[in-house]
Design a protein around this ligand. Structure first.
Ligand code: ADP
Ligand code: MG
Length: 251
């Protein structure tokens, strides 16, 4: 059976304005993603690995529509991908209560006009789905732990029932025990809601724990792609071998 693609990327190039160069330089743009091809299939957890600065966040932002300067093909509009950011301390507006933060994406929904009752019902559903209780709705982000805040960020991303979550280093800012709980939550949402996840991490051990497939990026280029188990067992690129050695996974 052929699996359905929820995101299809072909020959994607992303550039940033390079402020250091003079306006007369030919090369005023910093070419960050270089000819990226990637498919995300419905129902999978796809890992995106690679060291800091290789372009992982750039790819994530481009997928969710936060980067407008690119060329190539990117189709994702039917899957309405939503981002979960690394740092739950800065991604939630500190002056708003949790209930307000969860409701907000529904008020801004361009596709469907939610009634007040529907919004309240959805907020209660989601706070439960992310493992928290309704008494949290009246609190401010500063009154929550890091793990609880990350649960709220995931909840905000889930409110409009997207097909895909793009989770950019969602556990990198958390303590190890909290990391495990958030990974468990993502896996549970994947199981129960069938949500597809593009899981971005520089941590190859975490990727191994939860990803079916993995893509390894270096310098804005995908170096390797395959089933996580076989890539870790038999990496084809020297770079992946190096990363696995550095993580202590390979001798
Ligand atoms: N808004 C921006 N403007 C200019 N350059 C950027 C911007 N964001 C990222 N970059 C550059 O793009 C490259 C890739 O960054 P990023 O996508 O954040 O990598 P990663 O998430 O893998 O650490 C880096 O060289 C970074 O300095
Ligand atoms: Mg990043």
């Amino acid at each position: 059976m052929e699996q359905k693609r929820v995101i299809q990327i072909r020959n994607l190039n992303v550039y940033y304005k390079n402020h250091k160069k003079t306006p007369f330089s030919k090369d005023r743009m910093n070419h960050v993603l270089k000819g990226v091809d990637l498919d995300v299939y419905e129902g999978e957890i796809l890992g995106l690995a690679g060291e800091s600065g290789c372009g992982k966040s750039t790819l994530a932002k481009t997928i969710v529509g936060m980067n407008k300067i690119y060329d190539g093909e990117l189709s994702q509009k039917y899957s309405d991908p939503q981002m979960v950011f690394q740092d739950p301390y800065s991604s939630l507006n500190p002056s708003k209560k949790i209930g307000w933060l969860l409701e907000e994406p529904l008020k801004c929904d361009k596709k469907y006009k939610w009634t007040k009752e529907e919004r309240e019902k959805r907020v209660k559903e989601i706070i439960k789905a992310v493992g928290l209780t309704e008494n949290m709705l009246d609190r401010y982000p500063s009154q929550l732990s890091g793990g609880q805040r990350q649960r709220i960020s995931i909840g905000v991303a889930l409110m409009r029932n997207p097909k895909v979550l793009v989770a950019d280093e969602p556990v990198s800012a958390l303590d190890v025990t909290i990391q495990a709980q958030i990974l468990e939550l993502l896996q549970q949402l994947h199981r129960d809601m069938g949500i597809t996840i593009l899981f971005i991490s520089h941590d190859l051990r975490v990727i191994y724990q939860i990803c079916d497939h993995v893509a390894v990026m270096k310098g804005g280029v995908i170096q390797e792609y395959g089933e996580t188990k076989s890539v870790y067992k038999n990496p084809s690129s020297e770079y992946t071998k190096e990363l696995l050695r550095a993580a202590g996974i390979r001798k």
